[in-house]
Design a protein around this ligand. Structure first.
Ligand SMILES: [Zn+2]
Length: 616
C-alpha cells in the first residue's frame, strides 16, 4: 500500500472514532438537557470506538516498525509461549479466573498487553513490578479461600494495626508455607516471563504485540453481555488500581485523620464551670472505650449465653441496648466518643464533624487528674494510636498493660493508692477487649470451651472462634468488676462504650475485613450496634442532688436509640459542666434528649439475627 492511501486509511479510522465519540457526547448532553435520564449509551458504542482507536494505533505502529526495518510481529512459537504463560499466570495469580471462564480471556489478553508494553518500556526492570505483584496475588488467592476476604483498605489497615499477638495468631505453619510458596511461585513466573520476552528483542514488535493483545482483550470484553461484565476481569489493571486504592485509603486517610484531630481546639480553651463539684470530693470517673463488643453478645442485652454475669447482677446498672457506633474503625469511633463529632470522618455535613477536641480536657481543667490505660499496642506512627494519644494528651501518665489488659487493674490500684483519697481522678481505659484474635480472657478457666483463635477458615472453626469471642466479653465483665472493686467507698461513675462491633458470621460476614468484601455498608449490618452502659456508686449519687436527677433521667432512656455522639454531652450534663460546647439535645441526663437519627440497621435490637453458637 502506498503512503497516501495509508494516510487516508488512518484519517478515515480517526474520523469514524472521533465522530462516534462526538455523537455519543452530543446525544448524552441532549438527553440530559431534556431531562431524559433513561437515555443509555448503546452498548456497542464504546467498544467500537476503542477497537477503532486500537486499530489506528496498531496500523501506525506497524508502519513505523516496517520503516525501522524490525520484525512486525514475534514468531508464531513465541506468540504461543506468550499465550501459555498468560494462562499459567492467570491460573496462579488471578483470583477471578475461574469465576467466569467466558470473561477469563479478557484477563489473559490484558495481562499480555501490560507485560509486552512494560517490557518494551523497562525491559527486565519491569520485573520490579511483576515480582511483588505476583507474590501478593498468589497470597491473596490463598487468603481469600482461608479468610473469605480480598485485600481491601480494612485489611490493610488491620494489618498495619496488628499487634505482635495478632501477627502470631495468623502465623500458622500453613500460612508460613503459603508465604514461601507465593515468593517461590512469583519468582518462577518472573523467570518464565523473562525467558519469553527475551525472544522478542525488538521493542516496536513488543509494542505491536501489546496493542494486538489489547485489541483481543477489547473484542473479548465486547462479546460479554453488559449485565455480566465485571471490572475484576480487567486484571491486572483493575487489580493494581484496587490494591493502590486500598493502600492509599488505609495510609493517607490515616494521616488526614491525625491532622484533623490535631487541628481541633481544646474545649478547655473556652470558659467553663463545674457546678456540682468544688474539688476534694475524691470522685473517680472511668471512661472505658471497649473494643469490638457487639451489643447482642452481652447477656445484659438478652444473649442466650451468660457473657456478662456480673453486670447482670448489678442493681445500679444503666444499660443501653441500642447504641449505634459511628464507624467500623477504632480511631474514628474514638473521635466520635471523646469529641463533639456526631458521625465518622466520611460525613459530608460539616455540622456533624468535630469542632472541638477531647472532653477529658475539660475535666482536667477542673482539677481532675487524668490517667490513661491502654493495652499492649504502643506504636505511635499509625493513626490507631496517634489519635487516641492526641485525645488523651491531658493525661498525667499513660500505662501500657504488658501481658494482658488484666495487668492494668493493679496499675490503677497503685495510682489510686498513691493519690490523696480526696483527689478527683479520671481513669481512661482503652485496651484490647474483644479485638481479634480474641485472645484476652482467662486462659486457665475459660467459661466457653473449646476456644481458639485460629483464623484460618473461621467459618469452619465457628464454634471455637465464637467461644473465644464470648470469653473475651466475659473477661470484660470481670475486668469491670475488678476495677469497680478498687473504688469501693468512693463516689464513682463508670461509662463504658465499645468502639465498633465484630462479625462472626453475622450478616454473612466473618471479621471486619470481610465487611468490605460483602459490599454492605457498616450501618446496614448488625455489627454497628455496640455495648454501652453506665454504672455509678451510691456515694456519688448522695454527693449532689443533680446526680440523682441525672441517673433517674438516664434510666428512662435505656431503650432509646442512642449513638456515640451522646457520650460527650452526657458526661458534661451528668456533672453539670457548663461550656459553650455542651449541647443539651444530646445529653442523656435531660428528660427528653434527641435520639440518634443517623444511619442504622433496619432491625430493632430484639429482631436482630443473632446466630446461635454452632456445634462443631
Ligand atoms: Zn477497635
Amino acid at each position: 500500500m502506498s503512503r497516501p492511501s495509508r494516510f487516508v486509511l488512518f484519517s478515515l479510522a480517526a474520523a469514524v472514532y472521533l465522530g462516534l465519540l462526538i455523537t455519543f457526547s452530543v446525544c448524552r448532553r441532549a438527553a440530559e438537557y431534556i431531562g431524559n435520564d433513561s437515555w443509555e449509551v448503546p452498548a456497542y458504542v464504546l467498544p467500537a470506538a476503542g477497537i477503532l482507536l486500537l486499530l489506528l494505533l496498531l496500523s501506525g505502529c506497524m508502519w513505523l516498525t516496517r520503516r525501522r526495518g524490525g520484525p512486525i510481529k514475534p514468531e508464531r512459537k513465541v506468540v504461543l509461549s506468550l499465550l501459555l504463560l498468560s494462562v499459567g499466570v492467570n491460573i496462579c495469580c488471578n483470583l477471578v479466573t475461574f469465576w467466569d471462564i467466558g470473561q477469563a480471556s479478557i484477563s489473559i489478553f490484558l495481562f499480555l498487553t501490560i507485560a509486552c508494553l512494560l517490557w518494551a518500556l523497562l525491559q527486565r526492570f519491569s520485573l520490579l513490578f511483576w515480582y511483588p505483584f505476583f507474590t501478593l496475588e498468589i497470597a491473596q488467592i490463598a487468603g481469600y479461600y482461608e479468610y473469605g476476604t480480598r485485600i481491601n483498605s480494612l485489611v490493610v489497615a488491620e494489618t498495619l494495626e496488628a499487634s505482635n499477638d495478632e501477627i502470631f495468631a495468623y502465623l500458622s505453619a500453613g500460612n508460613v508455607f503459603i508465604a514461601g510458596a507465593s515468593l517461590i511461585g512469583a519468582g518462577l513466573l518472573c523467570w518464565l516471563l523473562m525467558l519469553v520476552m527475551r525472544r522478542i528483542p525488538h521493542r516496536l514488535s513488543l509494542v505491536n504485540s501489546g496493542i494486538f493483545f489489547a485489541l483481543l482483550a477489547l473484542l473479548s470484553a465486547a462479546l460479554v453481555h453488559p449485565s455480566r461484565r465485571n471490572l475484576h476481569f480487567l486484571w491486572p489493571c483493575y487489580e493494581t488500581y484496587s490494591l493502590g486504592l486500598a493502600w492509599t485509603e488505609a495510609v493517607f486517610h490515616n494521616q488526614a485523620t491525625i491532622r484533623q484531630v490535631e487541628a481541633l481546639p481544646s474545649p478547655a480553651e473556652r470558659p467553663s464551670s463545674l457546678n456540682t463539684l468544688s474539688g476534694g470530693e475524691g470522685v473517680v470517673i472511668i471512661v472505658h472505650i471497649g473494643e469490638s463488643v457487639r451489643a447482642d453478645r452481652m447477656s445484659v442485652n438478652g444473649y442466650e449465653r451468660d457473657t456478662t454475669p456480673w453486670l447482670r447482677s448489678c442493681p445500679r446498672l444503666i444499660n443501653f441496648s441500642d447504641c449505634i457506633s459511628a464507624a467500623c474503625d477504632t480511631c474514628q469511633a474514638q473521635i466520635a466518643i471523646l469529641t463533639d463529632a456526631r458521625r465518622n470522618v466520611h460525613e459530608k455535613d460539616p455540622s456533624l464533624q468535630p469542632h472541638t477536641g477531647s472532653v477529658l480536657d475539660l475535666f482536667a481543667a477542673h482539677g481532675f487528674k487524668v490517667y490513661s490505660f491502654f493495652g499492649k499496642r504502643n506504636a505511635t506512627h499509625l493513626k490507631y494510636d496517634m489519635v487516641v494519644r492526641i485525645l488523651t494528651r491531658c493525661s498525667t501518665e499513660r500505662f501500657y498493660a504488658p501481658g494482658s489488659p488484666w495487668t492494668s487493674v493493679p496499675q490503677m490500684a497503685e495510682i489510686l493508692r498513691s493519690l490523696p483519697a480526696t483527689q478527683n481522678t479520671l481513669l481512661f481505659i482503652n485496651n484490647e477487649g474483644s479485638h481479634t484474635p480474641f485472645s484476652h480472657y482467662n486462659r486457665e478457666n475459660p467459661p466457653f470451651q473449646p476456644a481458639g483463635s485460629s483464623f484460618a477458615k473461621p467459618a469452619s472453626h465457628a464454634l471455637k472462634v465464637n467461644n473465644a469471642y464470648d470469653n473475651t466479653v466475659h473477661y470484660t465483665d470481670e475486668f469491670v468488676r475488678r476495677v469497680t472493686r478498687l473504688l469501693q467507698g468512693r463516689p464513682w461513675i463508670y461509662i463504658y462504650v465499645s468502639d465498633h462491633g465484630e462479625y462472626l458470621g453475622h450478616d454473612g460476614i466473618w471479621g471486619r475485613g470481610g465487611l468490605g468484601e460483602s459490599g454492605r455498608s457498616y450501618h446496614s449490618t448488625s455489627g454497628c450496634r455496640v455495648g454501652m452502659f453506665i454504672l455509678t456508686s451510691q456515694e456519688l449519687e448522695s454527693l449532689h442532688p443533680h446526680f440523682s436527677d441525672s441517673l433517674r433521667a438516664l434510666a428512662t432512656h435505656t431503650h432509646m436509640r442512642i449513638g456515640q455522639e451522646h457520650i460527650f454531652h452526657t458526661l458534661l450534663g451528668f456533672f453539670d459542666l457548663k461550656t459553650p460546647w455542651y449541647n443539651p439535645a444530646l445529653d442523656l441526663c435531660t428528660p427528653s434528649p434527641q435520639p440518634y437519627d443517623g444511619p442504622h440497621p433496619d432491625d430493632s435490637p430484639k429482631e436482630a439475627v443473632v446466630p446461635s453458637v454452632p456445634n462443631e
